[in-house]
Write a protein that binds this ligand. Sequence first.
Ligand code: AMP
Ligand code: MG
Length: 487
Amino acid sequence: MTVAPHSPLVLDSSFARELPEMAVPWQAEAAPDPRLLVLDEPLAAELGLDAAWLRSPDGVALLTGSGVPAGATPVAMAYAGHQFGGYSPRLGDGRALLLGELTDPAGRVHDLHLKGSGRTPFARGGDGLAAVGPMLREYVVSAAMAALGIPTTRSLAVVATGRTVRRETPLPGAVLARLAGSHLRVGSFQYAAASGDVALLRRLADVAIARHHPAAADAEQPYLALYEAVVTAQAQLVARWMQVGFVHGVLNTDNVTISGETIDYGPCAFLDAYDPATVYSSIDTGGRYAFGNQPVVTEWNLARLAEALLPLFADDQEAAVALAVPALERFRPQYGAAMIAGWAAKLGLPDGLDDAVAAQLVEDLLALLQADHVDLTSFCRALAGAGRGDVEGVRNLFLDLAGFDAWLASWRASGPDADAMDRVNPVYIPRNHLVEEALTAATDGDLDPLHRLLAVLADPFTPRPGLERYAAPAPVDFGAYRTFCGT
Ligand code: AMP
Ligand code: MG
């Protein structure tokens, strides 16, 4: 590894220093012919990084891990995890590295992390690499989520490596550089708990409290308070996904953050037609991670976190469980409240409206959307149109006109605010056919569709003339959509 000679960047290695048992110092594989494909310049500015420098050979060396700032200690992070319900005691960063922690001008700390940077001791049978398409998918979808205001890791850049990656077909390789509040996951706690070293588990929990949930430090039971804070953060996160139609696709415990950020965009996709049974991932044959299962499976993942934390709740296991159970039971009401509040905003319902009335409106609406396979995103904007007098636009989306008219009458009776709706319901989401089109073109060397799509998604709430095709659902000939992990 060379040290970037003029790196203006300072990276801390607090994770490597404070949790050495969970950090294997490692270095990236050199990229034979690195070429920057895309860089998030506004994000770079937010981080206090100079975009021109990032585009320079030294900057690209940083973004592929071949040149890191003096004093940085890149590590592969250790974690465990339940994958599709089955426990793996040793997952870890098989093809990723934590370069270090970066403090932005506002004083916020971010992990700077690479994905696709070569094999590590956690690679098992994997090649340690990533292909251009899946890394750009993470870039596009995480950018869209950030613009929608949904907590997420951020993508700073994708660099094509010049190396060929063998999947079903040979593909161009790439490295993604991403930022996260941290990469602490449920699986990190499972790993520490499984080590049997309670002091390590406590150190990990202390790091999580300091970094993400500092108020827990002042609670009577800090570790229980940490757990409750994660439950709340995840309940709110999943409610946000459910309101925009986001399907994560691989909600294994290693892909559930302690911060409450969305992480690890693999076979993820957005719904067109509203249907809780929607599954896009080719490997999710049982539908474990179907759209409508996401709250239940998140609760399941949080139960695994509770199990890992039990030794910190109380010395006696029974007493620890007695504390964990009510803490986990907060998930359902918190998720329910976040859903009602979120949908009340999407439907423009007035503040004073009775919760039970709002809940009934939402429940009835979702049943209608599902029964008639209505496009979720178009519906919400068209409904605001109905609030301003254009009822036909939204009515055209339904087959069950009697059912919809009855619902519309009760919605109108609540006194909705159409303009407020337009501030929370996106016009543009990363629709699957558009993402696919952009990734296919980029893999073949044409970055224009990708840049056009990114520009649209950067401002999801403002309809712009000429962008009608980005607001429309997939054409019928797009067919049933399948996503692949790209591993
Ligand atoms: P993910 O599906 O990206 O969340 O990864 C799940 C686990 O598999 C993690 O431990 C990854 O580091 C590992 N992994 C995924 N793809 C590869 C690869 N191509 N080479 C090595 N490890 C991988
Ligand atoms: Mg993962």
